[in-house]
Design a protein around this ligand. Structure first.
Ligand SMILES: [Zn+2]
Length: 303
């Protein structure tokens, strides 16, 4: 069997090296995601804050303008009151009828101005009330976002620092992992890594590529089962490896897989027992055939 040949052993050692490299690349991939997403996430938050801050500034500008108007009106009203008082005193002291009429007209004029001024004052106070209500409505949101921005900024900065340190460490690990991989294989790995979405090397449990979900041609699949050369998916170009070879360096994963398969078999058996079919005998025969096939293993089936 090919399993025992030097070729197969060499093949498995290459798979092992590629998997080690991919493990490092998995981590690099995650770290880069942090480096890529943290700033854009922060920017989104900050943009939200800026928008609310601008609204708030706009309302505050209006309020300050209205307050200016209010004090101008108050000042004018005070001045009118003083003028009116002065005129009324003058009226008391008038000596002639002509002078009396002149002062009366003056008083009339002052009083005529006071009504529109009072109306203006009411309008300004009304608008001021509206704007103050709007301000208090936005204030809570403003403070909340401001707190979030400050907190996020601090965590993001430490997150980025941490990610950059991790990335430097991983690139040293990557160097160490890749130095034993034969150059042509490493170059193929790199070719895929920079062009395709993660990951580069994928295990096949059946004749279908798990990344692009396209069936691998039977001839390629048979070659894959022989396990002597690193093959590529004819469609997506990722490096494909038969699942058992992929797990050859990982006894724990092999054990977990065997347990999972056993669990499925037991569940199927329990299901069959619960609902006996009329054609039970025929089905049992079929199952026995399937089991015999499974025991032979796919590697034999490939030859
Ligand atoms: Zn594929």
């Amino acid at each position: 069997m090919s399993q025992t040949t030097d070729n197969h052993e060499y093949y498995l050692s290459q798979i092992h090296q590629l998997k080690q490299l991919q493990k490092v690349d998995d981590q690099i991939y995650e770290v880069k995601k942090v480096l890529e997403f943290a700033p854009s996430e922060f920017k989104e938050l900050q943009d939200n804050f800026t928008k609310v801050e601008m609204q708030r500034n706009h309302i505050n500008d209006k309020i300050s303008h209205l307050r200016d108007q209010e004090s101008r009106i108050n000042r004018e009203m005070e001045e009118e009151k003083a003028r009116l008082k002065k005129s009324k005193n003058k009226l008391m002291a008038t000596g002639s009828e002509k002078e009396f009429h002149a002062v009366s007209r003056e008083i009339d004029n002052i009083e005529k101005l006071s009504q529109p001024r009072e109306d203006e004052r009411i309008a300004v106070l009304d608008e001021l009330k509206t704007q103050l209500e709007q301000l208090s409505g936005i204030e809570e949101q403003y403070i909340d976002l401001k707190t979030q921005v400050e907190a996020r900024k601090a965590t993001m900065e430490s997150q980025i620092k941490e990610a950059e340190a991790k990335l430097a460490e991983l690139s040293v690990q990557r160097e160490a992992c890749s130095k034993d991989i034969p150059l042509p294989i490493f170059q193929r790995y790199e070719f895929i890594r920079v062009r395709l979405e993660h990951p580069v090397i994928v295990p096949l449990a059946e004749g279908i590529c798990p990344s692009c979900h396209i069936a691998v041609p039977p001839q390629t699949f048979n070659e894959l089962l022989r396990g002597e050369h690193i093959l590529s998916c004819p469609n997506c170009q990722r490096l494909i490896v038969w699942r058992d070879d992929y797990l050859a360096d990982d006894p724990e994963a092999q054990k977990a897989l065997a347990e999972e398969q056993e669990r499925l078999r037991a569940a199927e058996a329990a299901e069959a027992e619960r609902e006996p079919e009329p054609e039970e005998e025929f089905e049992a025969e079929e199952e026995a055939e399937e089991e015999a096939e499974a025991e032979d293993g796919p590697r034999l089936g490939a030859e």
